[in-house]
Design a protein around this ligand. Structure first.
Ligand SMILES: [Mn+2]
Length: 334
């Protein structure tokens, strides 16, 4: 569909639901709240509904207090989705990523818009999609710009967008951090985003337990396989409980093994009630998106992907270590 048709749809006040992936991260919440703030400014009745809770270090985001957690109030979420004119799906590529919200979204007759940068998205009524984009927040910036409303990006919207670009680029160091990304960031700072405060809000907001959990992972749970340029960490339910695990506490831990010289592939396996949650990271050409799709029912980006396993933690790790024999050459040459 053409942009002009979307412009027509958005030209009168609409009931809008914005949703994002399970276990929302900085890009998921930053993009959702930026878009919500923008659509509200434009006179729409917009609401962000998440599939579940998200970490405390995102609580300061402008508009946070209006967000509804669909897990806490399932009937409300279903009703709002059912009566929506437009549903925006942000930072995910397939409805299975929004858990129990998938069915109501699928059944809704609303006009459905995808704004996302993950690979191989399913079809939507309107797709603003680019796998080259650093983040969904970058795409929301470009989406607002495309609608001719860049001048409406105020401090609140800019702060949300800055947050997601910052977190999805590893603080502006991943290869996706192009000159264009820096120009957008410059625009966001000019629009009022307090970059220094945002970094502290997000990255210097650890609880004592979270910092100690990180220390435990690196000090006692890190397994390094130098001949395969790989390192991994495992966490059991008991270990998480010992450090009073809160959502978000394990976020980013998977990146640390890549700080070891020569390590190109890093994985964390986390035991949850509903199975093993896995995060993959790589540097260079080794695609963890393909690795996860082929072996662990997940996917994402070339250098950052998620996955899962219904085997036990030990069996999952054994499967992984066996697979390394097949992939070692690709990892080492990455
Ligand atoms: Mn993202």
């Amino acid at each position: 569909m053409e942009n002009t048709e979307l412009l027509t749809i958005l030209s009168s006040p609409k009931r809008i639901v914005i949703t994002t992936h399970k276990n929302p991260d900085g890009d998921a919440m930053g993009s959702s709240l930026a878009l919500c703030n923008y659509l509200t400014l434009k006179g729409h009745n917009a609401l962000v509904i998440t599939p579940n809770e998200y970490p405390d270090f995102l609580d300061w985001l402008p508009g946070n207090s209006t967000v509804k957690n669909g897990k806490d109030i399932p009937q409300f979420a279903k009703d709002r989705i059912a009566e929506a004119d437009i549903i925006f799906c942000l930072d995910f590529n397939t409805l299975s990523r929004i858990d129990q919200l998938a069915k109501p979204v699928e059944e809704s007759t609303a006009f459905k818009v995808l704004i996302d940068h993950h690979q191989q998205p399913q079809p939507f009524d309107f797709m603003f999609h680019n796998v080259e984009a650093s983040s969904t927040c970058q795409l929301v910036f470009e989406f607002i710009d495309m609608l001719g409303d860049k001048a409406l990006i105020n401090k609140d919207i800019a702060s949300c967008l800055y947050t997601g670009i910052m977190t999805d680029t590893g603080s502006f160091k991943f290869p996706s951090t192009t000159a264009k990304v820096h120009r957008i960031i410059a625009d966001l700072i000019e629009a009022g985003a307090d970059n220094s405060a945002i970094h502290r809000n997000v990255f210097s907001a650890y609880t004592e337990n979270r910092l100690k959990l990180l220390g435990f992972c690196i000090g006692q749970k890190l397994v390094v396989i130098p001949e395969k340029a790989t390192a991994y960490i495992t966490l059991t339910k008991e270990e998480l409980a010992k450090y009073s695990f809160q959502p978000g506490d394990t976020e980013g831990i998977v990146n640390y093994p890549l700080d070891i010289k020569g390590i190109k592939f890093s994985v964390i396996f986390i035991e949850r009630e509903d199975g093993i949650k896995i995060s993959f990271r790589s540097v260079g050409t080794f695609s963890v998106n393909q690795f996860s799709r082929a072996n662990f029912g997940g996917g994402g980006h070339d250098n950052a992907a998620g996955g899962q396993s219904t085997l036990s933690l030990q069996q999952t790790v054994e499967k992984f270590v066996t697979l390394l024999d097949t992939y070692a050459a690709d990892i080492i040459n990455s």
